[in-house]
Design a protein around this ligand. Structure first.
Ligand code: CUA
Length: 346
């Protein structure tokens, strides 16, 4: 009964890990697949060892138990070369079976793609509590939604702006730390299937660590090229001139849109088309539950600390913005979408 309860609890735990876009158990790329294969191999070996040891222990307990009327001490045996060799060689063989694919994977993971001309180079900079993605060869910087083509290896160089974070997209690859002392970590993966994969910060980094999510959006090469072109276009500012001035003075001192603004906060180019606002407020779109992007932007802008405690975004009062101005900026940003998705039905 207890074992059944335990099994039920365990399967519940596994099913909680079962979200397709956030699961190491449902790999969507070769790196994650290789790592899952290794886990399966290790678990299989462990289970077999466990079963054999338990079976032998049960057999010994039953076969050599003290029988009624048996009062003399049994024959005492010491040393058995044959047995000792067997129980040394078997673990050795098991360790070799584990070690060979592990070392192979490690060396494949350690391969440097930063000079590979066929790979897409991406620089990841982690901030409390958001992700900056820049494409040095394309002159493009974005935040929170990492857009990548499906048919290329993505080569990452990672660092942090403040404390140690960890970059993790469970369905694409294992995690890697981002350091703030200038040490650059290198990493790579590929995502051959189009789709949106959730990423998480996997290193406790402050009060909003749990809200430090990002998305990886794998698209066709054509869509990726369209996106890059749209990102390289000049900034689209609010049509209303007064609002444009407000937006420039209040927002563009930290944030950038198109070719204008600063690099301190997340780049806002095309923010209206992103998967979520401030990581956790999901935007309504096909196949995804969420609120309209405009509502999410308003919720975020009116009280950023309520969504992500400890973040660097000032409140409207600190920025000198009225409720109406915040609403107008939210509406403008919600409309700031990049038209890059090719519809295969067209
Ligand atoms: Cu960044 Cu946890």
């Amino acid at each position: 009964k207890r074992i059944l309860l335990l099994l039920a609890a365990f399967s519940l735990l596994l099913s909680a890990c079962g979200r397709e876009d956030l699961s190491v158990l449902r790999p969507q790329g070769p790196v994650a697949q290789g790592q899952l294969d290794l886990m399966k191999l290790a678990i299989t070996i462990m289970v077999v060892v466990l079963l054999v040891v338990f079976a032998i222990a049960a057999f010994v307990l039953i076969k050599f138990r003290r029988k009624p009327g048996q009062n003399e001490i049994p024959e005492q045996v010491e040393g058995n070369h044959k047995l000792e060799i067997i129980w040394t060689v078997i673990p050795l063989v098991l360790v070799i079976i584990l070690a060979v694919p592990t070392v192979q994977q490690l060396s494949a993971l350690g391969k440097d793609y930063t000079k590979d001309e066929n790979a897409l180079q991406v620089k990841v900079t982690a901030h409390q509590y958001w992700w900056e993605f820049s494409y040095p060869d394309l002159g493009v910087t974005t935040a929170q939604d990492l857009i990548i083509p499906t048919d290329k290896t993505i080569s990452f160089v990672l660092e942090s702006n403040d404390v140690i974070h960890s970059f993790w997209v469970p369905s694409l690859a294992g995690k890697i730390d981002t350091n703030f002392d200038g040490t650059l970590n290198k990493f790579h993966f590929s995502a051959p299937n189009e789709g949106v994969y959730r990423g998480k910060c996997a290193e406790l980094c402050g009060p909003s660590h749990a809200y430090m999510e990002f998305k990886v959006k794998a698209v066709s090469q054509e869509e990726f090229d369209n996106w890059v072109t749209a990102m390289q276009a000049p900034a689209v500012l609010p049509e209303d001139e007064q609002l444009a001035e407000k937006f420039k003075s209040a927002c563009l001192s930290c944030h950038a849109v198109g070719d204008q603004g600063g690099p301190l906060g997340p780049n806002l180019t095309g923010i209206g088309g992103r998967e979520s606002i401030a990581s956790m407020l999901l935007n309504e779109r096909e196949g995804q539950e969420g609120a309209p992007v405009e509502e999410n932007l308003k919720e975020w802008l009116h009280d950023p600390q309520a969504i992500k405690p400890g973040n660097e975004m000032p409140s409207p009062a600190e920025l000198g913005l009225t409720t109406e101005e915040v609403d107008a900026i939210a509406e403008y940003l919600a409309d700031y979408k990049l038209d890059y998705e090719t519809n295969s039905a067209d």
